[in-house]
Design a protein around this ligand. Structure first.
Ligand SMILES: [Zn+2]
Length: 70
């Protein structure tokens, strides 16, 4: 099962290290009720300087909805 998280692009602003977060999309595989679910197009910000990663609150809420057993 493959679910698309949204594919929306967000602004992430600046990292505490003074780098600027780059907008990208990742794919995550997780287990939901014993089934493997691949969630693609998860928006993520990554700092090219220190590799710290950030997610938007809306994205985390969306993932929590997807992980909830039906
Ligand atoms: Zn950084």
């Amino acid at each position: 099962m493959v679910t698309n998280a949204s594919g929306t692009e967000y602004e992430y602003g600046s990292c505490p290290c003074a780098g600027a977060y780059a907008s990208r999309f990742i794919e995550v595989e997780m287990e939901v009720s014993g089934r493997n679910v691949v969630v693609s197009a998860i928006p993520q910000g990554e700092c090219p300087q220190c590799s710290s990663q950030v997610y938007k609150l809306q994205v985390i809420e969306r993932l929590e909805t997807l992980m909830r057993p039906e």
